[in-house]
Design a binder for this molecule. Sequence first.
Ligand code: CO
Length: 137
Amino acid sequence: MHPLLTEIDHVAIAVNDLEAAIAWYEEVFGATVEHREIVESDGVAEALLRVADSYIQLLTPTRKDSPVAKYLEKKGEGLHHVGYRVADCAVALEAVKASGGRVIDDAPRPGSRGTIVAFVHPKTSFGTLIELVEDPN
Ligand code: CO
């Protein structure tokens, strides 16, 4: 079987203060923000800082009832999920389902920056929330 995961697309970190987190990465590591977006359906504001061919994705909630707000309340700041790049999100999602795995998104859906994404439940993936990311751009 050829590998379905082709790259680490991003490592997502949940933070309380997005501007402070961006400033820290800029000032300490000289990182630059390549993209910012508010994803209203997920209730998050995100900033993507490029690291080689991958990104650090800083996430903060835009409303109190968003999943990231609940995550911060329960677990505090820190690693939220890992985004793996895939050639075809539907194929990778089907592989998870075919193995009996639990998914959060039953079908691929729009992600930020024009991507197509689906989340895999951490109970299936050994405690880590996984996002499958297809980037058609
Ligand atoms: Co993500």
